[in-house]
Design a protein around this ligand. Structure first.
Ligand code: DGL
Length: 272
């Protein structure tokens, strides 16, 4: 396929960590980013309302951008709405779900931490991943209420409150007998933006799992096997950012997107 067009979707800026890995793996691809910033953060939403919203927003984006592939670069959205999206739209989807399988393969102590949004922590999908792949481990799941917002603040140039960050991550650092948590899953695409601060605040060193490289590999595999049309008459330009609220168009937000390689910016008109 010549110049595949990839749409990356998140509630906010977290999916930029996935976009970074996809760009490295597919430098020729046309990347379009979309943030449902009118509804950010997704972590606190009720499930039925959120599924409806994601299906509507992604449908509008697919019509507008005619992608060859859509990456749902958000655990909170993927664990809830991936099945509904696949059922509804013909375009291939790549989701982002907590990296519990690789964590279970890498842990030596058998104690795994999963940092995610409250929504992702409560999902049946996440529980099933644990029962399937980490049944032999002790998994400490923590729904962090503020970490995604702290990450966006950092990207917009605000100082990170290290005490607040520490209280958000501490619940996954546990001791059992003479063992300690040795692998922590970053189960929200915003969290890799805070990796330096998380390492600094952590009580001991652990392995952190950022799913972005694995998602990029999956994207590459799917593109290799897809039959795309290549050239198109319509669709957004490389580097366009779609937002669902003009609120995200402040200078600090635009600078944050630009720093991650996304320049031009459009507000998506949504019938909500
Ligand atoms: N980046 C999102 C995720 O991966 C969610 C952040 C939020 O909107 O709460 O879960």
């Amino acid at each position: 396929m010549t110049k595949p067009r990839i749409l990356l979707f998140d509630s906010g800026m977290g999916g930029l960590t996935v976009a970074r890995a996809v760009r490295a793996a597919e430098p020729e691809a046309t990347l379009i980013y979309a943030a449902d910033n009118a509804a950010f953060p997704y972590g606190a939403w009720d499930e039925p309302l959120l599924v409806k919203r994601i299906v509507a927003v992604v449908g509008k984006l697919v019509a507008e951008t005619t992608p060859d592939l859509v990456v749902i670069a958000c655990n909170t959205a993927s664990t809830l709405a991936l099945a509904a999206l696949r059922e509804r739209y013909a375009v291939p989807f790549v989701g982002t779900v907590p990296a519990i399988k690789p964590a279970a393969e890498q842990t030596k102590s058998g104690l795994i931490g999963v940092l995610a949004t409250p929504g992702t922590v409560n999902r049946e999908y996440t529980r099933t991943l644990i029962h399937t792949y980490a049944y032999h481990c002790k998994v400490f799941l923590h729904g962090a209420k503020r970490l995604a917002e702290i990450a966006e603040g950092k990207l917009k140039g605000q100082a990170v409150d290290m005490d607040e960050l520490k209280s958000e991550i501490m619940p996954v650092f546990r001791k059992r007998d003479d063992k300690t948590t040795d692998v922590v899953v970053l189960g929200c695409t915003h969290y890799p933006l805070l990796l330096d601060e998380i390492r600094q605040a952590a009580p001991w060193p652990v392995t952190y799992i950022d799913p972005a490289p694995a998602i990029a590999r999956r994207v590459s595999d799917l593109l290799r096997s897809a039959k795309g049309t290549g050239a198109r008459m319509n669709g957004a330009q490389h580097g366009t950012v779609f937002l669902t609220s003009a609120r995200g168009r402040g200078n600090e937000s635009l600078a944050a997107y630009a720093a991650m390689g996304f320049g031009s910016n459009e507000v998506l008109d949504l019938p909500v």
